[in-house]
Design a protein around this ligand. Structure first.
Ligand code: HEM
Length: 520
């Protein structure tokens, strides 16, 4: 063995020398990475070895929302319009001035087209969806998908939402006047049923049967241990490295299940020319006709087939992203909303009053037109999304060098950009007494006094949430049905003040939101 020694004549010393050299190189490299913003003259909180500024994120001691809110407050406290962060070895640019944010998201969007998140069309086809796709591919898909979300298409799907809300009251009635409920649990099942129906055309009925196959697989998507969260964090900061290591965003067993479900639905509908009023029908039209039409046909002889119609994998990935983006965001919004309403009885009463008055005008029927008339409801939901945006940050990647207007600072191509929407929305300069739940902040008059980019829960610019209308619609339907029938108060089982779950990227609470409720 001694013959193998190369440097010192002793293999033990060799190993020691090698490790020392490795650690020194790693240390020097990290130091160099953590000097990036200083070299470029941008303000940054002092980094520590080896996490940079992200120690609490990395160790999951702080939620994504809390962490970036703290960073936002740090830059604001130092009177900076923007600053630099180190997430491990990765440098990220964070603007806090709403005017810079407006330029990045909207005016100078062509420098920030992509999100720079992981996707892999070949080995992980479900990950190649509208949220993650880049450049020309994203643009062409976005153009094709946009007509899927018009108000006409929302109206078409409305009856499915009403059907799911009937089941919601049946389930609620089982606990009424008796037990507290974890409201998030039941709302997740409600939105799962809606999106399961609308995106996949599947009646999974998770309200009635929480242990159904669909929900079981869906749970696999969520990360439930430290290791999975850790890998997820690395995938966020270094998607290309993780791609090289063959890491997949969608677990193979989940991917197999969704692919099978979509294939079966597609085959069945194509074979039998089935028309259902849902996203799946619209996706099928895009696949086979290359365009959307206001009819029930999946195929049409005389349609000129566009060269870039959706492939089977592309169709599946879009159904998948509608599902993921659709059920968790809206159920979280309804959960926080009901928490605030249970804590603020007057606001709850006022909203219930509006629901009753509007429904009376519409023959006691919950219709699309009725919910569009609920203007106080809109303010209440906006105030909820202000305090608790389901996605507490937006992200972009700089795709072309960009000089920040009014400064000499240039964001280099390839730099990650993080837009702190939670920070903006909890900033006392724009929202005095930011912890207070006050829907009147969203009166026309009050809105006009603020920079529009201080409220961006759905993002902004060409990459704004495509499902905004659908998300608002299902949130309004859920709230209308619940508040019309039940009166809510906070249960003793809820831990106050609410704490954010550090293991979840989406804003969600640790320990659930437990409410008591009685029939109105
Ligand atoms: C309350 C509900 C919802 C909230 C708060 C929400 C929020 C967001 C946010 C913040 C973004 C990123 C925007 C940006 O980067 O500028 C986004 C993107 C997206 N959302 Fe939503 N969302 C909601 C509901 C939905 C629903 C119901 C769907 C689908 C049915 C959906 C599908 C998408 C998709 C596909 C994208 C990516 C768009 C693109 O990159 O072109 N979302 N959403």
């Amino acid at each position: 063995i001694c013959n193998m020694a190369l440097l010192t004549g002793n293999w033990l010393f060799d190993i020691f020398a090698f490790l020392t050299a490795l650690i020194t190189v790693f240390f020097a490299w990290t130091k160099w990475c953590h000097g990036y913003w200083q070299r470029r003259g941008l303000f940054t909180p002092p980094p520590t070895f080896p996490f940079g500024n992200s120690q609490n994120l990395f160790t999951q001691q702080e939620s994504t929302g809390d962490f970036f809110l703290r960073m936002y407050d740090y830059f604001r406290a130092h009177n900076k319009p923007h600053g630099g962060l180190y997430l491990m070895f990765m440098s990220a640019y964070m603007p806090v001035d709403p005017e810079i944010i407006k330029n990045i998201l909207q005016n100078d969007f062509n420098h920030f087209v992509d999100r720079g998140v992981y996707f892999n069309e070949e080995s992980d086809p479900l990950s190649a969806h509208l949220f993650s796709l880049e450049g020309a591919k994203w643009r062409s898909l976005r153009i094709k998908m946009t007509p899927t979300f018009t108000s006409g298409k929302m109206k078409m799907m409305f009856e499915t939402l009403v059907k799911c809300s009937d089941q919601l009251t049946i389930e609620m009635d089982k606990s009424v006047n008796r037990d507290s409920i974890d409201i998030k649990d039941i709302l997740v099942r409600f939105t799962t049923d809606i999106i399961g129906n609308c995106a996949f055309g599947i009646n999974c009925n998770s309200l009635k049967n929480p242990d159904n196959e669909f929900t079981k697989y869906l749970k696999l998507f969520f990360l439930d241990n430290f290791w999975e969260n850790f890998i997820n964090f690395l995938t966020f900061i270094a998607p290309n490295v993780m791609k090289k290591f063959g890491v997949k965003a969608v677990k193979p067993v989940l991917s197999k299940f969704f692919m099978r479900v979509v294939k079966e639905t597609v085959d069945y509908r194509e074979k039998n020319n089935i028309y259902r009023k849902d996203f799946m029908h619209l996706l099928l039209q895009l696949k086979n006709r290359g365009t959307l039409a206001d009819d029930g046909a999946i195929f049409k002889e005389d349609d000129k087939k566009k060269e870039v119609s959706l492939t089977m994998n592309e169709l599946a990935a879009q159904a998948f992203v509608f599902f993921l983006a659709g059920f968790e965001t809206s159920s979280t919004t309804m959960t926080f909303c009901l928490f605030e309403l249970a804590s603020n009885e007057e606001i709850q009463e006022k909203l219930r009053e509006e629901i009753n008055v509007v429904l009376k005008k519409h023959d006691d029927k919950l219709t699309y037109d009725a919910i569009m008339e609920m203007h106080y409801m809109e303010k209440v939901i906006n105030e909820t999304l202000r305090k608790y945006p389901p996605l507490p940050i937006l992200n972009r990647i700089c795709t072309k060098d960009y000089r920040v207007p009014g400064t000499d600072f240039v964001i280099e191509k390839g730099t990650k950009v993080i837009i702190p929407n939670l920070g903006l929305q909890r900033d006392s300069e724009y929202y005095p007494d930011p912890e207070k739940f006050d829907p009147e902040r969203f009166s026309e008059e009050n809105r006009r006094t603020r920079h529009p980019f201080t409220f961006i829960p759905f993002g902004e610019g060409p990459r704004i949430c495509i499902g905004l209308r659908f998300g608002m619609m299902q949130t309004k339907v859920g709230l209308s049905v619940l508040l019309k029938n039940y009166k809510f108060s906070i249960s003793q089982k809820t831990t106050l003040p609410l704490q954010l779950d550090p293991t979840s990227f989406i804003m969600t609470t640790k320990g659930g939101v437990w409410l008591d409720f009685v029939r109105v």
